[in-house]
Design a protein around this ligand. Structure first.
Ligand code: SAH
Length: 241
Protein backbone atom coordinates (compact mmCIF):
# COMPACT_ATOMS: atom_id res chain seq x y z
CA UNK A 1 0.00 0.00 0.00
CA UNK A 2 1.32 3.46 -0.83
CA UNK A 3 2.01 6.00 1.89
CA UNK A 4 -0.80 8.12 0.42
CA UNK A 5 -3.28 5.25 0.72
CA UNK A 6 -2.19 4.45 4.27
CA UNK A 7 -3.42 7.89 5.43
CA UNK A 8 -6.93 7.44 4.06
CA UNK A 9 -9.63 5.43 5.81
CA UNK A 10 -13.06 4.50 4.51
CA UNK A 11 -15.59 4.13 7.32
CA UNK A 12 -18.82 2.21 6.69
CA UNK A 13 -21.47 3.10 9.25
CA UNK A 14 -23.98 0.43 10.39
CA UNK A 15 -24.01 -1.39 7.08
CA UNK A 16 -26.95 -3.83 6.89
CA UNK A 17 -25.92 -6.08 4.03
CA UNK A 18 -22.64 -7.97 4.45
CA UNK A 19 -22.43 -8.26 0.65
CA UNK A 20 -22.00 -4.49 0.46
CA UNK A 21 -19.09 -4.64 2.90
CA UNK A 22 -17.36 -7.22 0.70
CA UNK A 23 -18.07 -5.26 -2.46
CA UNK A 24 -16.74 -2.09 -0.82
CA UNK A 25 -13.52 -3.88 0.16
CA UNK A 26 -13.11 -5.03 -3.44
CA UNK A 27 -13.80 -1.53 -4.79
CA UNK A 28 -11.14 -0.12 -2.47
CA UNK A 29 -8.48 -2.70 -3.24
CA UNK A 30 -8.81 -2.24 -7.00
CA UNK A 31 -7.89 1.41 -6.43
CA UNK A 32 -4.99 0.64 -4.08
CA UNK A 33 -6.78 1.55 -0.85
CA UNK A 34 -7.08 -0.85 2.06
CA UNK A 35 -7.84 0.88 5.33
CA UNK A 36 -11.42 -0.03 6.08
CA UNK A 37 -13.34 0.61 9.28
CA UNK A 38 -16.74 -0.83 10.09
CA UNK A 39 -18.90 0.90 12.66
CA UNK A 40 -21.41 -1.51 14.23
CA UNK A 41 -22.10 -3.59 11.09
CA UNK A 42 -25.42 -5.48 11.34
CA UNK A 43 -24.18 -8.86 10.16
CA UNK A 44 -20.43 -9.32 10.21
CA UNK A 45 -18.19 -11.32 9.83
CA UNK A 46 -20.13 -13.11 7.16
CA UNK A 47 -19.50 -15.59 4.38
CA UNK A 48 -21.37 -13.31 2.00
CA UNK A 49 -18.98 -10.44 2.71
CA UNK A 50 -15.99 -12.69 2.02
CA UNK A 51 -17.57 -14.01 -1.19
CA UNK A 52 -18.31 -10.51 -2.53
CA UNK A 53 -14.82 -9.31 -1.61
CA UNK A 54 -13.45 -11.79 -4.16
CA UNK A 55 -9.66 -11.41 -3.86
CA UNK A 56 -9.89 -8.49 -1.45
CA UNK A 57 -10.43 -10.61 1.66
CA UNK A 58 -7.17 -9.21 3.07
CA UNK A 59 -8.87 -5.79 3.23
CA UNK A 60 -11.75 -7.40 5.15
CA UNK A 61 -9.42 -9.33 7.42
CA UNK A 62 -7.63 -6.16 8.46
CA UNK A 63 -10.83 -4.08 8.78
CA UNK A 64 -11.30 -2.53 12.20
CA UNK A 65 -14.72 -3.04 13.72
CA UNK A 66 -15.77 -0.36 16.21
CA UNK A 67 -18.92 0.61 18.06
CA UNK A 68 -18.88 4.32 17.46
CA UNK A 69 -17.94 6.73 14.72
CA UNK A 70 -15.91 8.86 17.12
CA UNK A 71 -13.64 5.92 17.98
CA UNK A 72 -13.18 5.08 14.33
CA UNK A 73 -12.12 8.62 13.36
CA UNK A 74 -10.21 9.73 16.44
CA UNK A 75 -6.81 9.86 14.69
CA UNK A 76 -8.14 11.72 11.65
CA UNK A 77 -7.51 15.39 11.05
CA UNK A 78 -10.04 15.77 8.25
CA UNK A 79 -13.39 13.99 8.01
CA UNK A 80 -15.77 13.80 5.06
CA UNK A 81 -19.31 12.44 5.05
CA UNK A 82 -20.84 11.13 1.84
CA UNK A 83 -24.49 11.79 1.27
CA UNK A 84 -27.04 11.12 -1.44
CA UNK A 85 -29.21 13.95 -0.23
CA UNK A 86 -28.76 17.52 -1.22
CA UNK A 87 -28.33 19.20 2.12
CA UNK A 88 -25.97 21.83 0.95
CA UNK A 89 -27.62 24.80 2.63
CA UNK A 90 -26.09 24.26 6.02
CA UNK A 91 -22.81 22.54 5.29
CA UNK A 92 -20.19 22.76 2.63
CA UNK A 93 -20.75 20.11 -0.02
CA UNK A 94 -18.19 19.11 -2.64
CA UNK A 95 -17.92 16.70 -5.56
CA UNK A 96 -15.76 13.57 -5.29
CA UNK A 97 -13.17 15.28 -7.50
CA UNK A 98 -12.95 18.36 -5.30
CA UNK A 99 -12.87 16.14 -2.22
CA UNK A 100 -9.98 14.09 -3.62
CA UNK A 101 -7.93 17.29 -3.99
CA UNK A 102 -8.66 18.29 -0.40
CA UNK A 103 -7.71 14.79 0.76
CA UNK A 104 -4.43 14.94 -1.17
CA UNK A 105 -3.58 18.35 0.31
CA UNK A 106 -4.29 17.14 3.82
CA UNK A 107 -2.19 14.01 3.39
CA UNK A 108 0.62 16.10 1.90
CA UNK A 109 0.48 18.29 5.02
CA UNK A 110 0.97 15.21 7.21
CA UNK A 111 -2.69 14.63 8.15
CA UNK A 112 -5.02 11.63 8.09
CA UNK A 113 -8.41 11.52 6.43
CA UNK A 114 -11.62 9.58 7.04
CA UNK A 115 -14.46 9.28 4.57
CA UNK A 116 -17.78 8.12 6.06
CA UNK A 117 -20.41 6.11 4.20
CA UNK A 118 -23.93 5.75 5.58
CA UNK A 119 -26.56 3.07 6.05
CA UNK A 120 -28.18 1.59 2.95
CA UNK A 121 -31.65 2.73 3.97
CA UNK A 122 -31.13 6.01 5.72
CA UNK A 123 -27.59 7.18 5.03
CA UNK A 124 -25.85 9.23 7.74
CA UNK A 125 -28.09 11.13 10.15
CA UNK A 126 -27.96 14.90 10.63
CA UNK A 127 -25.88 14.66 13.77
CA UNK A 128 -23.32 12.49 12.01
CA UNK A 129 -23.20 14.79 8.98
CA UNK A 130 -22.72 17.75 11.30
CA UNK A 131 -19.64 16.08 12.78
CA UNK A 132 -17.86 16.10 9.41
CA UNK A 133 -15.72 18.91 8.04
CA UNK A 134 -17.27 18.61 4.61
CA UNK A 135 -19.89 16.59 2.76
CA UNK A 136 -19.39 14.84 -0.54
CA UNK A 137 -22.19 14.26 -2.99
CA UNK A 138 -21.75 12.27 -6.17
CA UNK A 139 -23.72 14.02 -8.91
CA UNK A 140 -26.47 11.66 -10.11
CA UNK A 141 -29.46 11.45 -12.41
CA UNK A 142 -32.15 13.39 -10.51
CA UNK A 143 -34.77 10.95 -11.84
CA UNK A 144 -32.96 7.90 -10.50
CA UNK A 145 -30.53 8.94 -7.85
CA UNK A 146 -30.14 5.84 -5.74
CA UNK A 147 -26.54 4.70 -5.81
CA UNK A 148 -25.49 1.44 -4.17
CA UNK A 149 -23.16 1.85 -1.19
CA UNK A 150 -20.26 -0.05 -2.79
CA UNK A 151 -20.72 1.90 -6.02
CA UNK A 152 -20.34 5.13 -4.04
CA UNK A 153 -17.18 3.69 -2.45
CA UNK A 154 -15.87 2.89 -5.93
CA UNK A 155 -16.39 6.43 -7.20
CA UNK A 156 -14.53 7.97 -4.26
CA UNK A 157 -11.73 5.40 -4.42
CA UNK A 158 -11.32 6.05 -8.14
CA UNK A 159 -11.01 9.82 -7.71
CA UNK A 160 -8.35 9.25 -5.05
CA UNK A 161 -6.57 6.85 -7.38
CA UNK A 162 -6.27 9.53 -10.03
CA UNK A 163 -4.36 11.71 -7.59
CA UNK A 164 -2.38 9.06 -5.74
CA UNK A 165 0.41 8.73 -8.32
CA UNK A 166 1.22 12.42 -8.29
CA UNK A 167 1.70 12.63 -4.53
CA UNK A 168 4.97 13.65 -2.97
CA UNK A 169 5.81 12.33 0.50
CA UNK A 170 4.05 14.13 3.34
CA UNK A 171 5.93 16.85 5.14
CA UNK A 172 5.31 16.77 8.84
CA UNK A 173 5.23 20.36 9.97
CA UNK A 174 4.43 20.64 13.66
CA UNK A 175 3.34 24.26 13.28
CA UNK A 176 0.58 23.52 10.80
CA UNK A 177 -0.38 19.96 11.71
CA UNK A 178 -4.13 19.87 12.33
CA UNK A 179 -5.54 18.56 15.59
CA UNK A 180 -6.98 15.06 15.37
CA UNK A 181 -10.68 14.47 16.01
CA UNK A 182 -9.69 12.62 19.20
CA UNK A 183 -7.81 15.70 20.49
CA UNK A 184 -10.78 17.89 19.63
CA UNK A 185 -13.15 15.52 21.44
CA UNK A 186 -10.96 15.55 24.53
CA UNK A 187 -10.92 19.36 24.50
CA UNK A 188 -14.69 19.61 24.03
CA UNK A 189 -15.25 17.22 26.92
CA UNK A 190 -13.05 19.32 29.21
CA UNK A 191 -14.78 22.46 28.06
CA UNK A 192 -18.11 20.80 28.79
CA UNK A 193 -17.06 20.15 32.37
CA UNK A 194 -15.88 23.72 32.86
CA UNK A 195 -19.13 25.07 31.40
CA UNK A 196 -21.07 22.90 33.80
CA UNK A 197 -18.98 24.06 36.74
CA UNK A 198 -19.43 27.71 35.85
CA UNK A 199 -23.15 27.16 35.23
CA UNK A 200 -22.99 28.23 31.58
CA UNK A 201 -24.23 24.82 30.56
CA UNK A 202 -27.23 23.49 32.45
CA UNK A 203 -26.83 19.75 32.72
CA UNK A 204 -30.54 19.12 32.15
CA UNK A 205 -30.90 21.73 29.39
CA UNK A 206 -27.66 21.82 27.44
CA UNK A 207 -29.41 23.26 24.37
CA UNK A 208 -27.33 23.46 21.22
CA UNK A 209 -24.13 24.75 22.80
CA UNK A 210 -22.22 21.51 22.25
CA UNK A 211 -23.39 21.31 18.66
CA UNK A 212 -22.33 24.89 17.85
CA UNK A 213 -18.96 24.48 19.53
CA UNK A 214 -18.30 21.34 17.50
CA UNK A 215 -19.19 23.17 14.28
CA UNK A 216 -16.98 26.09 15.27
CA UNK A 217 -13.97 23.79 15.73
CA UNK A 218 -14.66 21.95 12.48
CA UNK A 219 -14.74 25.26 10.61
CA UNK A 220 -11.68 26.66 12.30
CA UNK A 221 -9.40 23.69 11.49
CA UNK A 222 -7.36 24.19 14.68
CA UNK A 223 -3.79 22.87 14.74
CA UNK A 224 -2.79 20.44 17.48
CA UNK A 225 -0.68 23.21 19.01
CA UNK A 226 -3.73 25.46 19.24
CA UNK A 227 -5.81 22.72 20.85
CA UNK A 228 -3.01 22.17 23.38
CA UNK A 229 -3.09 25.90 24.17
CA UNK A 230 -6.89 25.83 24.63
CA UNK A 231 -6.46 22.83 26.96
CA UNK A 232 -3.94 24.83 28.96
CA UNK A 233 -6.36 27.76 29.25
CA UNK A 234 -9.08 25.42 30.51
CA UNK A 235 -6.70 23.89 33.06
CA UNK A 236 -5.88 27.33 34.40
CA UNK A 237 -9.58 28.21 34.64
CA UNK A 238 -10.32 24.98 36.49
CA UNK A 239 -7.58 25.74 39.02
CA UNK A 240 -9.42 28.93 39.93
CA UNK A 241 -12.85 27.36 40.21
N1 SAH B 1 -31.61 6.95 1.39
C1 SAH B 1 -30.26 7.19 1.78
C2 SAH B 1 -29.34 6.63 0.74
C3 SAH B 1 -28.29 5.85 1.37
S1 SAH B 1 -27.28 5.08 0.17
C4 SAH B 1 -30.04 8.69 1.93
O1 SAH B 1 -30.92 9.42 1.60
O2 SAH B 1 -29.00 9.13 2.38
C5 SAH B 1 -25.99 4.50 1.23
C6 SAH B 1 -24.74 5.33 1.25
O3 SAH B 1 -24.15 5.33 -0.04
C7 SAH B 1 -24.93 6.79 1.61
O4 SAH B 1 -25.04 7.00 2.98
C8 SAH B 1 -23.63 7.36 1.04
O5 SAH B 1 -22.57 7.04 1.91
C9 SAH B 1 -23.48 6.57 -0.25
N2 SAH B 1 -24.12 7.26 -1.37
C10 SAH B 1 -25.17 6.84 -2.10
N3 SAH B 1 -25.47 7.73 -3.06
C11 SAH B 1 -24.57 8.73 -2.96
C12 SAH B 1 -24.34 9.97 -3.66
N4 SAH B 1 -25.08 10.34 -4.67
N5 SAH B 1 -23.31 10.73 -3.24
C13 SAH B 1 -22.53 10.38 -2.21
N6 SAH B 1 -22.71 9.25 -1.51
C14 SAH B 1 -23.70 8.43 -1.87
Amino acid sequence: MSLFASKIEFVLVETSHPGNIGAAARAMKTMGLNSLKLVAPKDYPSAEATARAAGADDVLASADVTHSISTSIDKSTLVFGTTARDRSEKWPIVSPREAAKLVANEVAAGGRVSILFGRERSGLDNQELASCHQLIRIPVNPEYSSLNLAAAVQVLAYELRLLSDSQSPPENDKETELASMGDQDAFLQQLDQVMQQTGYLEVDHPGLVRFHLRRLLLRALPTSKEIKMLHGILRSIRKHL
